[in-house]
Design a protein around this ligand. Structure first.
Ligand code: GCO
Ligand code: MN
Ligand code: MN
Length: 416
């Protein structure tokens, strides 16, 4: 049951109740989202960063992330900035919260209407770098170890207006410069690039995590640059997020992650984590937990526009609880006898693979060319993926929770 929160009094705790050790984080801009959209005004009052830190801590979050301007207004003086930052640091201390990630807002101000690092105007590009260096300083001051770059305005509506090759060069030049800055300052912070296919631009450069991974390899300091994939953004492109995350992990580049959810074929919805795609999010959580991913479990989502402040905390709690529930489901998956028996079959077939493919030599290549395969035999047995998927479905639906029901459920599937 979702607990209701009344000024710090938490009702209904259970084993899914989030705790600091779960490393859940939210952006100031996520729970602070006031429900404005292109068609309608704010529906909720402003929440101060300090109030957000307090409430997030109460409901079990570990940390809070921010854009420079979520905390320090655009154009604030150095004195104003320091005052705000010091008060914020005090709140972090008081409520035992950390800032694992910081980022920069290069999309809100009209100066970025045609891009930041890829703007056609060289002064805008230099201003974007200046603003980012300031945001990095702020992040480091708050203890952030990850600096996210999301290029929301790095794109076009009109391809005639910008040479795509030039834009990539500018993008690369900017990232190289920022890496040099971080190294020169001896900051202990790494970059995580976040892809998105469109919105707010008609098309955004480097639209998917795969594009980002390829681009990172062209940078001067690729070792300190990774990715920050977001569920909604890859789903907007119709991609399998779980597969993209596997590729990022395989490349050693999963530095951070934006968890949320998204209905297919729509604008960026930033819905509560796993509120739409339970099964894909189950595989995602399973992968994160089993791969040894050490980074924060960050939610880049916001509450429905129908909600008041209470609804915002229900939303935040919901994100974290669902993650913990899916984590438990991943554990049940590894303990489920029927599921494991089917996986054993798959493994067995896979292990009959000889080590030949891992050790090329001319001799075994010739031998492999001579080998006879009984392709009809290989092609004929059913692979039982129907049964496997139904078992996973029943596990997720919670009908395979007690030992007693496990066998019964399998028989039902088998005889269906
Ligand atoms: C979006 C993005 C942003 C970024 C954030 C961090 O679609 O609006 O997901 O929320 O994640 O700006 O840089
Ligand atoms: Mn988004
Ligand atoms: Mn995001």
């Amino acid at each position: 049951m979702l607990g209701r929160f009344r000024e710090g009094r938490e009702l209904n705790t259970d084993r899914f109740t989030p705790e600091k050790k779960d490393h859940f984080t939210f952006g100031l801009w996520t729970v602070g989202n006031r429900g404005r959209d292109p068609f309608g005004d704010a529906v909720r009052p402003h929440l101060s960063p300090i109030r957000i830190v307090e409430k997030l801590s109460q409901i079990g979050a570990w940390g809070v992330n921010l854009h420079d301007n979520d905390l320090v207004p655009f154009g604030a003086s150095a004195t104003e900035r320091d005052k705000i930052v010091n008060e914020f640091k005090k709140a972090l201390d008081t409520f035992g919260m950390v800032v694992p990630m910081a980022t920069v807002n290069l999309f809100f101000h009209p100066v970025f209407r045609d891009g930041a690092f890829t703007a056609n105007d060289a002064d805008v590009r230099r201003f974007a770098i200046q603003k980012t260096m300031g945001a990095i300083d702020l992040g480091v001051e708050l203890g952030a170890k990850i600096f996210v770059l999301w290029g929301g305005r790095e794109g076009v509506e009109v391809d005639a207006s910008k040479d795509a090759l030039e834009a990539l060069k500018h993008y690369r030049e900017s990232l190289n410069y920022l890496c040099e800055y971080v190294l020169d300052q001896e900051y202990d912070i790494r970059f995580a690039l976040e892809a998105k296919p469109n919105e707010p631009r008609g098309d955004i450069y480097l639209p998917t995590t795969g594009h980002m991974l390829a681009f990172i390899n062209t940078l001067d300091h690729a070792n300190i640059v990774g990715v920050n994939p977001e569920v909604a953004h890859e789903h907007m492109s119709g991609l399998n997020f779980y597969h993209g995350i596997a590729q990022a992990i395989d490349a050693g580049k999963l530095f951070h992650i934006d968890l949320n959810d998204q209905k297919p074929g729509r604008y960026d919805q930033d819905l509560r984590f796993a509120s739409e795609n339970l099964k894909p999010m189950f595989y995602l959580v399973k992968l994160l937990e089993e791969s040894g991913y050490q980074g924060p479990r960050h939610f880049d989502a916001h509450a429905y526009r129908t909600e008041d402040e209470d609804g915002v905390w229900s939303f935040a709690l919901g994100c974290m609880r669902t993650y913990n529930i899916l984590k438990e489901k991943a554990r049940q998956f590894t303990e489920d006898k029927e599921i494991q028996a089917l996986l054993e079959q798959i493994k067995k077939r896979s292990q009959t693979d000889t080590p030949v493919l891992r050790n090329y030599n001319r001799h075994n290549a010739l031998a492999l060319k001579e080998e006879t395969f009984n392709v009809d035999e290989l092609a004929s047995p059913g692979l039982q993926y129907e049964k496997l998927d139904q078992l996973v479905t029943e596990l997720l639906l919670g009908v395979r929770t007690s030992d007693a029901t496990r066998l019964g459920a399998t028989e039902a599937v088998a005889s269906a």
